[in-house]
Design a protein around this ligand. Structure first.
Ligand SMILES: *Cc1c(COP(=O)(O)O)cnc(C)c1O
Length: 236
């Protein structure tokens, strides 16, 4: 067994344990393998071990990997901050975008999504706890943005994403994740396509799953530490 295969098995076990702990079916939770800064060969290795969904933060790097691997079985999620001038690449190559946080970006993605492929799956990013961060909208603005996105035919609103501020204590992690889950449940009632709550990373996966996350984003525990020397040149 390769180390990536081994790591994937460990992470999947951790997801199952967390789900079982709170009486959820582990199948309800998708593992998104965050492969940013890792070469295509490493993604290929994870794919060979059965991993299907991959998350990328840097547009050009992600697009390069998507084209290098050219594997229609893989599902590619853009999870990084998105600048307007890079939206076309995301619209043309990715299956999902987790970081939609303004109508201007949604409108561009809608216009740029090619007609011959399925609508782009989008999540609205919520700034749930980290007031310093510029990414994501406050929950108070969710209704308005969701209504506008639901009108765009080349986008499919699938749910919400958040990156909670780091927090050591489980109870506090849980409280933040429950706020996200409540907003997600309300959204789901209004929009039948909504089925995805992208919430939970290595340090808060258990709390996120207990609250109702349907997708956890894990990088380092699968692929090992990142070499940020190369990431610094990405310029997103
Ligand atoms: C990098 C990243 C992750 C994964 O982080 P790790 O610490 O490598 O597990 C998850 N979500 C987002 C948005 C990220 O940028």
């Amino acid at each position: 067994m390769t180390s990536i295969e081994h790591n994937l098995q460990q992470v999947r076990q951790r997801i199952s344990a967390a789900a079982n702990q709170c009486g959820r079916d582990p199948q309800e939770i998708t593992l998104l393998a965050v492969s940013k800064t890792k070469p295509a060969s490493v993604v290929e290795e994870a794919a060979a071990a059965g991993q299907q969904c991959f998350g990328e933060n840097y547009v050009q790097e992600g697009v390069d990997k998507i084209h290098q691997l050219a594997d229609p079985a893989l599902v590619w999620h853009f999870i990084g901050p998105l600048q307007s001038n890079k939206s076309r690449l995301v619209a043309e190559s990715f299956d999902w975008c987790h970081t939609v946080d303004r109508l201007r970006i949604a409108t561009r993605l809608n216009e740029q999504r090619p007609e011959n492929i399925a609508p782009l799956n989008v999540l609205i990013q919520i700034n749930i706890s980290d007031e310093q961060s510029k990414s994501g909208i406050p929950l108070a603005e969710l209704d308005e943005l969701a209504q506008a996105i639901a009108q765009l035919p080349r986008l499919r609103l699938r749910g919400l994403m958040a990156i909670p501020a780091p927090e050591q204590e489980y109870e506090r992690q849980l409280a933040v994740c429950q706020q996200m889950a409540a907003a997600f449940n309300t959204l789901q009632k209004a929009y039948p396509d909504v089925d995805t709550l992208s919430l939970g990373m290595s340090d808060d996966m258990e709390a996120a799953i207990a609250a109702g996350s349907t997708m956890v984003r894990i990088g380092t525990a699968i692929f090992g530490a990142r070499d940020y020397g190369s990431a610094a040149n990405h310029n997103n």
